[in-house]
Design a protein around this ligand. Structure first.
Ligand code: TRP
Length: 451
């Protein structure tokens, strides 16, 4: 089978099956697992949210992973190229373009939060925060996020770090770094979980996570859970398509999707077992947003012996989690320039890093110097977040599902899956979900989200 994209130029592939799995799980595990998921579970009535979340992972999350991986592997191309390759001359490439635009916007604010994490990592290691009480921590966080240049510098450093990994290539850069960082991250989370569960009063929090509140079993919770599945699995942004494009023909896509999906869920639950018991131990109710991490959790570490150690471990884990996600996002854009414009990987990474930094400046400065600028009452960072999560991702996800289920068609998808998988019954169920459940689910989020 011709693996070369253009004559004489061989496209990269993952070196090993586990390298691919760790990189894809690394892209999925990020800030979304560490603070968004715990908060959603608490808001969604603990076990009630968990049941709905797990159901939607099976019905929508896993089929959507299969859908994006197949699209990538079939075409061996970047997000935009995947659409235009299967339907040349049509306008379907616009879906890929929309996904890429979404990635760009997400990178512009995600790298600012990742930069905060880097600053807190350095600060915790130096023991700067360990003497601070809750009020002082709040003030520190406000002062930091309003600082005229520190957040921008940290974001620049983080973007530079991301670009240097992506520039080193798929196998040598992304795969190697993910193979090192993901296990380290899980280990750190497990250590932190034990610390958290042994706090006095923590058990209430852990039980709360699994006790289903029947009143919360409603449509609103299901919708929140669906949004979380999409965000957490990195769907609708071309990242899974791009990572799938470096897969070899023989890999078993349905099986790998199950492993990737359940690893992401497992790590999210692990993170919830770090955060929620700790919050319950101090009788604090979790709220959405960075405050949970940068103020509340840090305050809890400060009540323990060796606060600087716990805080450093936590921010190290968070920085790793963010880095494996920003790598995947940058790769979406780099793959486009490499495949379609035949740029070199290093030139593409460097130039994009500069563009992303420029785009990140408004989010980095929006809390401070630019805080007079508000978009619909939100800071620039929050507005960018809302624009992507509530509009761009669901639209791109819906269009991708329609494209794969109805335009490309379930026949070719089933054929693609049969290349590496012998489980034809499972594949058949998944293709049915791609054709019917996914478009309906996505249309539903979009409509209710807009209303
Ligand atoms: N899944 C990531 C998280 O939980 C966020 C994310 C959304 C992402 N879309 C992505 C990461 C695309 C990489 C690529 O934090």
């Amino acid at each position: 089978m011709g693996r070369a994209l253009v004559e004489g130029q061989k496209r990269e592939e993952w070196q090993s099956r586990w390298g691919f799995i760790l990189a894809t799980v690394g892209s999925a595990v990020g800030l979304g697992n560490v603070w968004r998921f715990p908060t959603m579970v608490v808001r969604g009535g603990g076990g009630a949210f968990l049941i709905l979340y797990l159901g939607l992972v099976l019905l929508i999350g896993i089929p959507a992973l299969v859908m994006e991986l197949s699209l990538g592997r079939r075409t061996n191309r970047n997000t935009l190229g995947a659409f235009s390759h299967l339907r040349p001359g049509s306008r379907w490439w616009l879906v890929g373009a929309l996904s890429m635009l979404a990635v760009f916007v997400v990178l512009s604010f995600y790298s600012v939060i990742a930069g905060w994490s880097l600053i807190y990592l350095v600060g915790s290691t130096a023991g700067i925060f360990s003497q601070q009480g809750p009020a002082a921590l709040t003030e520190t966080f406000t002062r930091l996020s309003e600082h005229p240049f520190l957040p921008a510098m940290a974001a620049a450093l983080f973007i530079g770090l991301t670009a240097s990994v992506v520039a080193s290539g798929v196998a040598h850069g992304i795969e190697r770094v993910s193979k090192a960082l993901l296990p380290a991250m899980v280990l750190l989370l497990v250590v932190l979980m034990f610390r958290s569960l042994f706090l006095e009063g923590a058990l209430g929090g852990a039980l709360w996570l699994i006790r289903p509140d029947p009143e919360a079993l409603n449509l609103q919770t299901a919708l929140a859970a669906l949004g979380q599945v999409f965000f957490s699995f990195s769907l609708g942004m071309g990242a899974v398509i791009t990572y799938g494009s470096y897969l070899s023909r023989g890999s078993d896509i349905p099986r790998n999707s199950l492993i990737i999906g359940f690893s992401d869920v497992g790590i999210a639950i692990l993170a919830a077992l770090v955060v929620v018991p700790a919050l319950f131990a101090l009788g604090i109710s979790p709220e959405i947003g960075p405050g949970v991490i940068f103020v509340t959790l840090l305050g809890i570490f400060n009540t323990l012996p060796f606060p600087a150690v716990w805080a450093s471990l936590f921010f190290l884990m968070l920085t790793f989690a963010a880095l494996t996600s920003t790598i995947a996002m940058l790769e979406v854009l780099v793959a486009y320039l490499v495949d379609e414009k035949r740029w070199s990987r290093s030139l593409a990474s460097t130039l994009l890093a500069v563009l992303i930094l420029v785009a990140a400046l408004p989010s980095a400065l929006g809390q401070g110097v630019l805080n007079h600028i508000e978009i619909a009452g939100l800071t620039i960072l929050d507005a960018a977040d809302q624009l992507v999560s509530n509009l761009m991702l669901p639209v791109a996800g819906l269009m991708t599902a329609i494209f794969v289920g109805w335009v490309w068609g379930t026949g070719p998808v089933a054929l693609e899956l049969s290349l590496g998988s012998t489980r034809s019954r499972l594949s058949r169920l998944i293709t049915l979900a791609i054709r019917y459940i996914l478009p309906i689910g996505m249309a539903y989020i979009l409509i209710t989200g807009i209303l």
